[in-house]
Ligand binder design. Structure first.
Ligand SMILES: [Zn+2]
Ligand SMILES: [Zn+2]
Ligand SMILES: [Zn+2]
Ligand SMILES: [Zn+2]
Ligand SMILES: [Zn+2]
Ligand SMILES: [Zn+2]
Ligand SMILES: [Zn+2]
Length: 428
């Protein structure tokens, strides 16, 4: 006979559901035949807790007896909490989960039922806890709030001088630099106590005893003294202070002059081409008509970095043959830094260009005059330290009539280019 697993609970209910009808049937009424019943009851079955792990297997008639001891069969909790617990789990249940169990709090050692312990856990005054401020202290719950209020090294405390809040264990360090900590004036003047942050201004402005340098120290006065003596010193030394200041001013004047000349050296033009912009030109022509020999001079420029130093000049009302009718232009050689290295006489061609400032560059018609220096002319010899010569150029460069034409003059401004042929300038 094969083993048939029987999983329906025939013994507790006496009823089961037949294969062809869902109406529960009393099995005793079906099997009234003692022979058949005997055969059924002799069939070998597994325990109904086979799936939970019970290995029992025997005749069906012995199942009920087995279930009385089967460790997987559930029985009411022996502490009467009302739960149905498999025998095998009863010990754990009684010990750990039964609400009726007797147990002790591991911290205060008081006795509780499982049920009341749940409320106690998390509230026990004897449970050791780390302080939430992370000060590292572990302390019983009942002492924690006292600790945080008055002992914890990480609690916030106000500085008693400046009232700002600090973590308790940094307060001492703060006191060493707190600006509001009261201190005494190191000069022991009549001000008794002042806040540390006020000391500097006290010493500078109020302290009657602190020593100050005379305010003319930078000018050279060496006097030092307390506030009251200073007033007297200033009163009595007006003359001396004034002299000191005068020498400072003249020293500075000297520096300014040398700075100016350094600056003008830096801004010098070394390109060999001068573009000379002359604005308010008609004013200058009018002025020149009343001032005989009025001459405009250009900024000095060099023919190259180590070349000749030149300067252009212009007579708005003409000079010599051009007087009263033309503008005259000249170039003169100034004493330069590199004259000792240069070939003399100066022999490079020079051109003067008056620009036509027409808005349309293709239609512009510039006026150009140029010359090659005559080596016999004294103007082209190496210049002396004090040149006074006129230079060389064109007395009748452009007539006043011509100047009014085209766009030579625009916005009352003229542009004159002076260009030096750059070849063979340096002799060495
Ligand atoms: Zn069993
Ligand atoms: Zn229980
Ligand atoms: Zn406790
Ligand atoms: Zn703490
Ligand atoms: Zn403070
Ligand atoms: Zn003082
Ligand atoms: Zn002084």
């Amino acid at each position: 006979m094969s083993k048939v697993p029987l999983y329906f609970d025939v013994f507790s209910e006496g009823l089961f559901t037949g294969p062809e009808s869902s109406v529960p049937i009393d099995y005793a009424k079906i099997y009234s035949d003692p022979e058949s019943e005997k055969a059924i009851m002799s069939s070998v079955v597994y325990c109904i807790h086979h799936k939970e792990g019970c290995k029992w297997s025997d005749e069906l008639r012995k199942l009920k007896g087995h279930l009385n001891t089967c460790k997987h069969d559930a029985i009411p909790c022996t502490s009467k909490c009302g739960a149905q617990i498999p025998r095998v789990l009863m010990e754990d249940h009684l010990k750990y989960t039964c609400p009726q169990r007797r147990t002790r709090c591991e911290f205060c050692n008081k006795e509780f039922t499982g049920h009341t312990l749940e409320n106690h856990v998390g509230n026990c005054g004897y449970e050791p806890l780390y302080c939430e401020n992370k000060c590292g202290v572990k302390i019983h719950r009942r002492h924690l709030s006292q600790h945080k209020a008055s002992d914890c090294s990480k609690r916030l405390l106000p500085c008693r001088y400046c009232t700002k809040e600090f973590v308790a264990d940094t307060l001492t360090a703060h006191h060493l630099k707190c600006g509001r900590v009261p201190i005494q004036c190191p000069n022991r003047c009549d001000v008794n106590v002042l806040a540390r942050e006020e000391l500097e201004s006290h010493l500078k402005e109020e302290c009657t005893i602190s020593v100050h340098s005379c305010s003319f120290k930078e000018a050279g006065c060496r006097f030092k003294g307390p506030r009251f003596a200073m007033e007297k010193h200033l009163e009595e030394n007006c003359q001396q202070h004034l002299q000191l200041m005068c020498s400072v001013v003249s020293k500075q004047q000297h520096q300014i002059t040398s700075l100016k000349s350094a600056l003008s050296r830096l801004s010098l033009n070394y390109s060999g081409t001068l573009i000379w912009k002359i604005s308010e030109f008609s004013n200058k022509v009018a002025e020149a008509k009343t001032k005989e020999g009025m001459e405009l001079v250009s900024p000095p420029f060099y023919t190259s970095q180590y070349g000749y130093k030149l300067q252009a000049s212009l007579f708005p009302n003409g000079n010599g043959a051009g007087e009263d009718s033309h503008i005259s232009v000249y170039i003169k050689i100034l004493p330069g830094e590199y004259d000792g290295l240069l070939r003399w006489p100066f022999a490079h061609s020079v051109s003067f260009t008056l620009f036509d400032q027409s808005t349309c560059p293709e239609k512009a018609c510039n006026i150009v005059e140029s010359f090659i220096p005559d080596p016999t002319w004294k103007n082209f010899q190496r210049p002396s330290k004090e040149p006074d010569s006129l230079g060389f150029g064109f007395p009748k460069f452009v007539s006043h009539e011509m100047l009014k034409k085209r766009h030579f003059m625009k916005d009352d401004t003229v542009f004159i280019r002076v260009k030096i042929d750059p070849s063979k300038i340096v002799a060495v």
